[in-house]
Design a binder for this molecule. Sequence first.
Ligand code: S3P
Length: 190
Amino acid sequence: MSERLPGGNKMHDNKKYSRLHLERTIVLIGFMGTGKTTIGRLLSDISNLPFYDTDELIEHHEGIPISDIFQQKGESYFRALEKDILKDALDDKQKVLATGGGITKDPVNVKLIKSKSIAVALHSDLETIIKRLEGTSKRPLLPKQGFEKKLKKLYNERAQLYDFAHLTVQTQNKTALEIATEIYKSITEK
Ligand code: S3P
């Protein structure tokens, strides 16, 4: 696990950082299929903080699944909603917040996450992500036809999008509980 300060500097004194920012919301970022929701729920149990997920908040707001929002209203409508919901969630009480994999495409969202949360990036290699997402119908950006090609393209395009995080965690070959525990310890241990 590597720890970084906002701005990308290596963090030498994780303990000091943790004490300063323990009151912040923990935001999980990362590519689709890295386990943000599953790990977020476990982290919420461990940390005793409420759990929210921007995709779930959007679905609740619209009353239809994400794939239908993309189909009926378009991606830019989804992105505008995602931005509003992120802002509201970070202005509100402390929580664990899982986000959609495209949220950090918007520099305004990145700035907000950096300045108001403890940002934790989950990272998985491409093969693991392909295995996890094969056959999904819940990801509107990944069509059945040409699934792997589109996934690889997005994965490469977005390779740098999560680098600003305060913590980056590798997820392959670990259980979700191990990862959630690792994050919790890294944030809170004195
Ligand atoms: C998206 C990822 C999805 C969801 C939407 C767009 C993306 O969330 O927000 O389908 O652009 O990567 P997950 O990362 O939870 O799959």
